[in-house]
Write a protein that binds this ligand. Structure first.
Ligand code: ZN
Length: 477
C-alpha cells in the first residue's frame, strides 16, 4: 500500500510491471534469488485460473494425480533431446539425509520422464488407453535472469500427460488442449491469442511438434501463454511404453503433454493494466467488486455500515469485499483498489442510504466516465450485466490493440521496422538458419506459425526462398 504514483506504463513498462506486482501484493521476492513468494491476492487469482482450467480439463475427460518432486537423473538421460534441452536448467540433489546419494536426483523441471516410467508399468493393453492425467504442481528450472511471474526458478503450473493408441489420437488431444487454452485465455482472462505451431528451433525438447497460444502484451512484445506438445512415440520408445493392440501385436503408445503456468498472471497484468495499475478480468478477479463505505460521523457510520451489510448479502453470488479499514480516506481507498484492478467499486454514503442507491465505478473506465448511480433494488442484476460488459470491453480493447500492432510487411526493410513496434506476420521458408539470422538482426523471434493460414505461396521475407506458410515474428518475453 502506498500513496506514491506508479511509474507510467509508456515511460518504463518494465518498472511499471515490477511495481504493480509488488504494490498490488500479488507476489514478492524470495530470499533465494529467482524464486518468488505468491501473496494471497496473487494466489487467489491463480486459484480462479486453476478452477477455470480444471473444469475444462475434467469436461474433456482428464483426471488429476500427483507425481514426485524428485526424478532419478538417469530418467532424463533416456530421451536425448529432452536432457540436452533441460540440463543447463536443472537443480540436482546429491546429498540426502547427510549421505551422498548413489544416483543424483533432479528436482523436476517437467514430468515427462517419470510419467513415461510409470505409464510403461501401467499400460499393457489397448484397454488401458487412453490415459488422460493432469498434475497441478510446481517445477524448478534454474534461471539466470528472472522476473516475477514471467520467469522464475520455481513456478506453479499444470502439466497434462496423455497416452494414446495412435498418433492421430495423440495429435487430436494435442490440438484439443490448445483449443482449451485459447478458450480459457479469451473467455476467462479476456486475453486474445493466436494459436500456432512452433518452429523447429522453438519447440519443446523431445517433441515432434509443439503448439502454443501467443498473446500481445501492452508494450507489443509477445508472450507464450500456454503450450501443447505432440510427442509422437519419442517418449514411448525411450521408456518402452508398449501395449497389445486388438490383433495382439505389440505397439508403442503415442503421447502428448501440455502446460499453462503462473506466467499467465504476467500476461493478465501486461495485457490489461494501465497507468493506474492492474485491471482484473471480472471472471478471474479475486474480488469482482469492492464496497467502500463513506461517512463523516458516528450517526452516518452506523446507517451506512448497515446498508453496506445489506448490499453485501444481496451480492452473495459475487466475490465482493468490504473495505472496513479505519482511518483511511475514501479517496485513498478508491485509489488503492484501482491500483489492485478490482473491476467494480461500489460506493455507499449517507445520500445513497437516504435514496436507496449505490454508486458504481468501472475500473476499465477510470474517472467520471465510468461512474454511475444505480438503484439498490435489482443491484445483483445490474452488477452481473456490468461485469459481463467490462469483460467484453477489455477483451475488445486488447484485440484492437493486437490488430493495430500487427503488420504484414512487404519487404525485409518494412519487417525490421514492424518488429520494433509490434508483430510482423510474414511468409517464412521454414529454414532454422534463416530464423536465426532474423533473430540476430532484429531481436525478433519466430513466435509461431499460425494455424490460420492464407493458403497459396509466397517468398520468405528474409531470404526470398519459396515459402508455403506465414509466421509471426516479434520480440518476446
Ligand atoms: Zn528464409
Amino acid at each position: 500500500m502506498s500513496d506514491q504514483r506508479l511509474p507510467s506504463r509508456s515511460e518504463d513498462f518494465s518498472e511499471w510491471y515490477n511495481q504493480v506486482v509488488l504494490r498490488a501484493e500479488l507476489a514478492d521476492y524470495a530470499p533465494v534469488r529467482g524464486c518468488m513468494v505468491v501473496r494471497p491476492y496473487g494466489w487467489a487469482l491463480w486459484e480462479n485460473i486453476q478452477a477455470a482450467l480444471d473444469s475444462r480439463f475434467k469436461a474433456t475427460g482428464h483426471v488429476n494425480a500427483a507425481f514426485p518432486l524428485f526424478i532419478p537423473m538417469g530418467f532424463l538421460e533416456k530421451e536425448k533431446d529432452h536432457v540436452e534441452g533441460f540440463s543447463p536448467q536443472l537443480a540436482v540433489v546429491t546429498i540426502g539425509g547427510g549421505e551422498q546419494l548413489e544416483e543424483p536426483l533432479v528436482v523436476r523441471p517437467t514430468s515427462e520422464t517419470i510419467i513415461g516410467h510409470m505409464y510403461a508399468k501401467w499400460i499393457s493393453s489397448y484397454r488401458d488407453l487412453p490415459v488422460l492425467i493432469n498434475l497441478w504442481n510446481s517445477v524448478v528450472r534454474w534461471e539466470l535472469r528472472t522476473k516475477l511471474f514471467l520467469r522464475t526458478t520455481e513456478f506453479y503450473w499444470q502439466e497434462g500427460h496423455t497416452a494414446h493408441a495412435t498418433a492421430e489420437e495423440a495429435l487430436a488431444e494435442t490440438m484439443q488442449m490448445l483449443d482449451v487454452y485459447a478458450d480459457f485465455a479469451e473467455n476467462e482472462a479476456a486475453v486474445p491469442v493466436i494459436k500456432g505451431r512452433k518452429s523447429g528451433g522453438e519447440k519443446f525438447p523431445g517433441a515432434v511438434n509443439s503448439y502454443s497460444i501467443e498473446a500481445m502484451m501492452g508494450d507489443t512484445r509477445a508472450l507464450q501463454a500456454g503450450t501443447s506438445h505432440f510427442l509422437g512415440d519419442n517418449f514411448a520408445r525411450a521408456f518402452d511404453i508398449q501395449y497389445l493392440d486388438r490383433e495382439n501385436t505389440r505397439q508403442f503408445v503415442h503421447t502428448s503433454s501440455w502446460g499453462l503456468s503462473t506466467r499467465f498472471i504476467g500476461a493478465i497484468i501486461m495485457v490489461h493494466g494501465d497507468d493506474q495499475g492492474l485491471v482484473m478480468p471480472p471472471r478471474l478477479a479475486p474480488y469482482q467488486a469492492v464496497i467502500v463505505p463513506i461517512f463523516q460521523d458516528d450517526a452516518e457510520q452506523s446507517a451506512v455500515l448497515e446498508r453496506v451489510e445489506a448490499v453485501k448479502a444481496q451480492l452473495a453470488a459475487f466475490r465482493v469485499h468490504v473495505d472496513r479499514r479505519e482511518g483511511l480516506r475514501p479517496g485513498f481507498k478508491f485509489h488503492d483498489w484501482e491500483m489492485r484492478g478490482v473491476p467494480v467499486r461500489i460506493e455507499i454514503g449517507p445520500k445513497d442510504v437516504a435514496q436507496g442507491t449505490v454508486t458504481l465505478a468501472r475500473r476499465d473506465q477510470p474517472g467520471k466516465a465510468g461512474k454511475r448511480t444505480w438503484p439498490q433494488v435489482g443491484l445483483e442484476h445490474s452488477l452481473s450485466e456490468l461485469l459481463a460488459e467490462i469483460q467484453k470491453s477489455i477483451y475488445q480493447r486488447a484485440l484492437d490493440f493486437q490488430r493495430a500492432h500487427t503488420v504484414e510487411p512487404a519487404d525485409y526493410e518494412e519487417f525490421k521496422q514492424a518488429v520494433q513496434q509490434g508483430w510482423a506476420r510474414a511468409w517464412w521458408c521454414g529454414d532454422p538458419a534463416c530464423e536465426n539470422e532474423i533473430k540476430d538482426e532484429t531481436k525478433a523471434s519466430n513466435r509461431c506459425i499460425p494455424l490460420d493460414q492464407p493458403g497459396g505461396q509466397g517468398s520468405c521475407i528474409h531470404c526470398g526462398k519459396p515459402a508455403t506458410e506465414q509466421a509471426i515474428f516479434a520480440r518476446a518475453y
